[in-house]
Write a protein that binds this ligand. Structure first.
Ligand code: VG1
Ligand code: CO
Length: 693
């Protein structure tokens, strides 16, 4: 049967602008008729017919909810747009780094090579019918589309009138490996379903010396643990760690990929990788057993990594610096030397110090992996990283979670090559402390204010831009806040000129640089799916090796104080605490929202309770919540005024709000009314699941 090309009329959707890493929205938004189709067609149009016709494209992702449907839609649209063949990882699964590897390395049975890829992922954002979906396009070099292309895609989405889709093309069974061929108006169209792991495993084996890692993993002195948080990394972890390197099956946690990541947040940090954190002896309630020597986790699409030692956390900024410092000795791929190193602007300057000491080319780029690609293509950069748990190298054009783990295992294997028989094991902590004593330490933390009112966030940024025009004023303000913090010597809004193609990226965050090397950086996130997220990055350099062992919370306290007051964070966002702090353990955490997204049916005992709920959880396990009648609840609610109040989740299944602080003005709702009551039973119903804990 020959499929036909149908032209479907459509109208533009607002807000299809790709962010730091593609377009990310709630699944429900993506499921609207034509929504995904508009974006895919806009991408084809941005690439141009000559690039699309006859092309070989990869389509796969982290396996999150809606991926399977999306893959079938994209296959049909690709066929209609003249694509020659589509490559799909079995079951639609390919990690983001594996997609990059497949584009660069895989050769089809007929000798074909891929020209690009649609990656279906919202990375570390949760998945499931009420959570996030995402899509991004990667180019022929295996890296994310540069801004020139994403700007074009966006502009196309604002004017799109029709898209092309194949009619009469049946769904392809993507669970079975093999090639299925179809006949189209312009000739043959193939869908090639292949093993998700083999190309990637082959690449890893060409980079690392697996035998030395195997020796380490099989030593009775060394214990290992890996948590895939139910993301796609699970599809690789078993193959690599267990089958190739001989780790025990029991060392794998949550390694079965799930559409909703088991209901969790697939973000490898100390908050979300709870099970691993407990196993490694870093949780509030730890396991009785002696923690493993090494632990790591990945995010949903397996491009991020968290590295842990026994009762020890390695900051991502330190991780990339340590990998760079040891790469040549420990990793065969780099034995000829490093071409250069790079970090994103908000990442700590630990890598800068290594670059300087080892006399390496060094680059500071805006947030987002796409900026590293040009440097790598031009042979200027070998190792790079971001503070947000991203580390990688020029073996592909994405960050690579499993690569980072193998890099660390290689360093451990190298440092312990003579001690696996006798002698004390050089631990992860030893390696990090040794690094600090050689290069100094960058105390570092990040505060996230998630889901704040977009207007307030913009105002805060505008205020900071204005403020930095007068350093005298800035320094006067700082002096009034803390006398023990050094002076700001430079402030700017970060702008990047790509040294390879000369393109300029503006508004990449506001930096305040201090005389003693400390830095404060403020930027707006580009990966959220709703509201705005402000990220505040705080960093302080300590060169004196006798002072590198302090608690980072304590070391950074004065700078934190300055950052919050200088930026008037509370005034602009209504928040007196961040929703999340990276690397600080006992922080207050706030749920983004809960209940039904449509703002209805929060609980139902016959009568409907309208309202979008926000439920907040404190570290002592108590919770409180707010409910509004309107869908749009301002995020500037000053939630933390409610800290002393309690919402009691009744054992009987009844929900009561109890406000110690009384009713009154606890928050503002745009165009709506608060419906808070002192002890109002909402009725039995399923417990709302907070989406961020
Ligand atoms: C965040 C991180 C950034 C990372 C990006 C994509 O972006 O800060 O460093 O590159 O996520 O990571 P933003 O704009 O929210 O700060 V992933 O694992 O989503 O591909
Ligand atoms: Co990711």
């Amino acid at each position: 049967m020959v499929f036909k090309v149908a032209r479907v009329e459509t109208t533009p959707f607002d807000g299809q602008k790709p962010g730091t890493s593609g377009l990310r929205k709630k699944v429900k938004v993506f499921m609207q008729p034509h929504y995904l189709q508009n974006f895919v067609q806009s991408t084809f149009n941005a690439l141009g017919a000559d690039k699309v016709r006859g092309a070989t494209l990869v389509v796969s992702g982290d396996g999150r909810y809606y991926s399977k449907d999306a893959i079938q839609i994209i296959i049909k649209m690709a066929a209609a747009n003249g694509v020659r063949r589509i490559w799909v990882g079995q079951n639609g699964l390919l990690s983001t780094p594996a997609v990059s590897a497949v584009i660069r390395e895989r050769v089809g049975a007929d000798g074909s090579k891929a020209n690009g890829a649609f990656i279906l992922t919202a990375s570390h954002n949760p998945g499931g019918p009420h959570e996030d979906f995402g899509i991004k396009y990667n180019m022929e070099n295996g890296g994310p589309a540069p801004e020139g292309i994403t700007d074009k895609i966006y502009s196309n989405t604002t004017t799109i009138k029709e898209y092309l889709i194949a009619e009469g093309l049946p769904d392809v069974d993507i669970s079975i490996i093999g090639v299925t061929s179809f006949a189209g108006p312009e000739g043959q169209f193939d869908v090639d379903v292949f093993d998700s792991a083999s190309d990637y495993v082959k690449l890893m084996k060409s980079i690392f010396y697996f035998q030395s890692i195997q020796n380490l993993l099989s030593s009775p002195k060394f214990t290992f643990c890996y948590d895939a948080l139910h993301g796609v990394a699970g599809a690789y972890a078993k193959r690599i760690f267990v089958e190739e390197l001989g780790a025990k099956e029991s060392s794998l946690l949550n390694c079965v990929p799930k559409e909703d990541f088991g209901g969790g947040h697939p973000d490898p940090n100390l908050t979300y990788a709870k099970e691993l954190v407990a196993r490694m002896g870093l949780g509030k309630t730890n396991t009785e057993q002696e923690p493993p020597e090494f632990g790591a986790a990945a995010d949903g699409d397996a491009d991020r990594n968290m590295i842990l030692g026994k009762r020890f956390f390695v900051t991502p900024s330190d991780s990339v610096a340590i990998i760079a410092a040891n790469a040549v000795q420990a990793i065969p791929y780099f034995s000829g030397g490093l071409k250069g190193v790079a970090r994103s602007m908000p990442t700590s300057a630990a890598l800068d110090v290594v670059a300087k000491n080892l006399n390496l080319k060094f680059f500071e780029v805006p947030t987002g992996w796409k900026f590293f690609g040009n440097l790598m293509d031009a042979g200027m950069c070998s190792v790079c990283g971001e503070e947000s748990f991203g580390t990688g190298s020029d073996h592909i054009r994405e960050k690579d979670g499993i690569w980072a783990v193998l890099a660390w295992l290689s360093i451990l294997a190298y440092k312990n090559k003579d001690n696996l028989g006798g002698g004390k094991l050089v631990s992860v902590e030893d390696i990090v402390r040794q690094h600090w004593s050689t290069y100094g330490r960058h105390y570092y933390t990040r505060y996230d204010y998630e889901n704040v009112d977009a207007g307030g966030a913009k105002e805060l940024m505008a205020y900071l831009v204005k403020l930095q025009s007068s350093l005298t004023e800035v320094n006067n303000i700082i002096k009034g806040i803390r006398s023990d913090v050094s002076k700001v010597v430079h402030a700017d809004e970060f702008e990047y000129k790509d040294p390879v193609d000369g393109s300029i990226s503006k508004h990449q965050g506001i930096r305040y640089l201090f005389e003693d090397g400390s830095r404060l950086v403020f930027r707006l996130s580009g990966t959220g799916s709703e509201g705005a997220t402000i990220r505040l990055y705080i960093e302080q350099y300590e060169k004196d090796s006798s002072k590198t062992g302090r608690d980072s919370q304590e070391a950074l306290a004065p700078l934190v104080d300055v950052a919050l007051k200088l930026s008037k964070m509370k005034e602009f966002t209504g928040r007196s605490a961040p929703t999340r702090t990276i690397q600080w353990k006992n922080s207050v955490r706030v749920a983004k929202s809960c209940g039904n997204e449509n703002g209805e049916n929060w609980s139902d005992n016959g009568r409907k309770w309208m309202g979008l709920g926000a439920i907040n959880s404190l570290d002592d396990g108590s919770r409180f919540g707010v409910v509004s009648k309107e869908r749009e609840i301002s995020s500037r609610v000053g939630n933390f005024n409610l800290l002393r109040t309690r919402l009691v989740w009744g054992r009987s299944g009844m929900l009561f709000f109890g406000f110690g602080a009384g009713l009154g003005q606890v928050g503002r709702v745009r165009g709506g009314v608060w419906v808070l009551s002192r002890t109002r039973p909402i009725g039995p119903g399923p417990s709302p699941t907070p989406s961020l804990f």
